[in-house]
Ligand binder design. Structure first.
Ligand SMILES: [Fe+2]
Ligand SMILES: [Fe+2]
Length: 267
């Protein structure tokens, strides 16, 4: 079977990130023959959380599954959204009383793709063990017939991310870190065929502090007081990885890190 090409994208930051994806992703997807796109949407609305309009923008841009992370709960509307939209994930290791799921199976070009979203625990809020949660989620996806499994591990610490990759090697096709908003240059394929990058980066302003205007961020460090952040607009980039995966084996054959300068967009 021909390699199956997927694109995973880092956290989309606010309106500039969404508008940039609407302008940039459809042609990029076409040009590269991409069968499935996963993007992290935890910062898609105003830089914190996600609402219906932002989710619809991501789907309209060609994103097939939207993952998230610790910031997904910022806007209350997300509770309803998670309950009604299976292609919006929240990390699977949050308490079960919260709405939504941390996994989904979608079918693209005749291939069943499982997507899993998990949250790290190092330098993050206390949470169930993501390693054990991954065992459970992967078993569920296998039962559902997933041929390829993509994992968004939303975590801060590099060691936790690398350990997680070796833990899942041979059991998933691609594991991409999110949450730091800073792309790492360590894309690789592990011995069991797992494609990996510690962090995908961001879809938003490159000349910014993690995608937001620097002024409020600096003020936050100067005062120690939480600030309201505004998504920045300068030098918009789409960052992530492209991976060619063999659906017959579920292994990654090729991985390429991307940082695509966005086409200009009008307000
Ligand atoms: Fe984020
Ligand atoms: Fe996060």
């Amino acid at each position: 079977m021909a390699p199956f090409r997927v694109l995973m994208l880092g956290d989309v930051i606010g309106r500039p990130g969404r508008k940039m994806l609407l302008r940039t992703l459809p042609s990029f997807r076409e040009r590269h023959g991409i069968a499935c796109v996963v993007a992290n949407g935890e910062n898609a609305s105003g830089g914190m959380g996600i609402q219906r309009g932002a989710l619809d923008d991501l789907f309209a841009a060609g994103v097939d599954v939207v993952t998230s992370g610790n910031h997904v709960w910022h806007r209350k509307e997300v509770y309803g959204l998670l309950a009604e939209e299976p292609r919006l994930l929240r990390p699977a290791n949050y308490p079960a009383r919260l709405p939504g799921l941390g996994r989904v199976v979608v079918e693209k070009a005749g291939v069943k793709i499982g997507v899993v979203n998990l949250l790290g625990r190092v330098f993050m809020d206390p949470m169930d063990d993501p390693f054990t949660a991954a065992d459970r989620e992967l078993a569920t996806l296998r039962e559902a017939g997933a041929q390829i499994t993509l994992v968004d591990f939303h975590a801060e610490a590099t060691a936790e991310k690398e350990a997680f990759a070796f833990y899942l090697d041979g059991r998933a096709a691609l594991l991409a870190g999110t949450h730091t908003h800073v792309q790492t240059s360590d894309e690789k394929i592990l011995p069991g065929g797992l494609g990996y990058i510690t962090d995908l980066g961001r879809c938003g302003s490159f000349l910014s502090v993690l995608g937001v205007e620097p002024k409020a961020s600096i003020e936050g460090f100067l005062t120690g007081v939480p600030q309201n952040f505004t998504p920045a607009k300068s030098t918009l980039m789409m960052e992530g990885v492209l991976a060619d995966i063999d659906p017959a084996t579920g292994r990654t054959a090729r991985i390429e890190r991307i940082r695509q300068q966005a086409e200009a967009y009008d307000e």
